[in-house]
Write a new protein. Structure first.
Length: 222
């Protein structure tokens, strides 16, 4: 019965979805900082889904999340993350830094520059305006980090001149047929550009739970 489902234990993935709504709400001025901190603290302390529900019930986008709390967590299809208007097409850092992470939309061309500073371009929760995305990174005595989900189609062909332009793989996965193609290019002069293929914490937890469920099903069925 659905009335019994909210008493189920909350997962880390569900806590992160609620925390993201709270972060959006404080950024939009719907929550003041004190209330945000109280709700966020309660989110990470919540043990059951019933404890998460009231924390976002009065906020936009809560309906979808509260519905999700009543059904098994599923991976978002790539078709649902492609399309829309870019919220950012570049980043710049000079004696400082820039960051693009969380829920944002990247355009077909994204150019970033860092000199005596650093930058971060994280696509693990991002939307894509189109199926082809080119990220051009230029760094001079600085560093830029690019993080992509392991199942995108990735090509890295930048140049390191007295510096490094490296690709690292933390989580292995075959490119999904409907995933976007991401090409990272540019120049690292006396600095570095690092491209990492790895899942977000929430996705890694979801996959762990799915694997655990499959193993339990095999044990029960066997």
């Amino acid at each position: 019965m659905t009335s019994e489902l909210p008493e189920m234990r909350a997962s880390d993935v569900e806590r992160e979805r609620v925390a993201e709504i709270l972060r959006d709400a404080v950024a939009e001025g719907r929550l003041d900082m004190e209330e945000f901190e109280q709700r966020l603290d309660a989110t990470y302390k919540a043990r059951t889904r019933a404890e998460l529900t009231p924390l976002v019930r009065d906020l936009p986008a809560s309906g979808e999340v509260l519905t999700d709390l009543r059904k098994p967590t599923a991976t978002t299809k790539w078709s649902e993350r492609i399309g829309g208007t870019a919220t950012s097409t570049g980043g710049f850092a000079f004696w400082g830094g820039f960051s693009r992470k969380g829920r944002w939309t990247i355009g077909p061309r994204f150019t970033c520059f860092a000199m005596w500073g650093g930058g971060e371009v994280d696509l693990r929760e991002a939307r894509f305006e189109g199926r082809e995305t080119v990220i051009r990174c230029v760094t001079v005595m600085g560093g830029i980090g690019v993080v992509v989900p392991p199942d995108v189609h990735l090509v890295v062909n930048g140049i390191g001149l007295l510096g490094g332009f490296d690709q690292r793989t933390k989580d292995e996965a075959e490119p999904a047929p409907d995933a976007p193609r991401v090409r990272v290019t540019g120049l690292a002069l006396l600095g570095g550009v690092g491209v990492d293929r790895k899942w977000s914490k929430a996705e890694r937890q979801r996959r762990k739970e799915a694997t655990r469920g499959d193993e339990q099903g095999r044990i029960t069925g066997g």
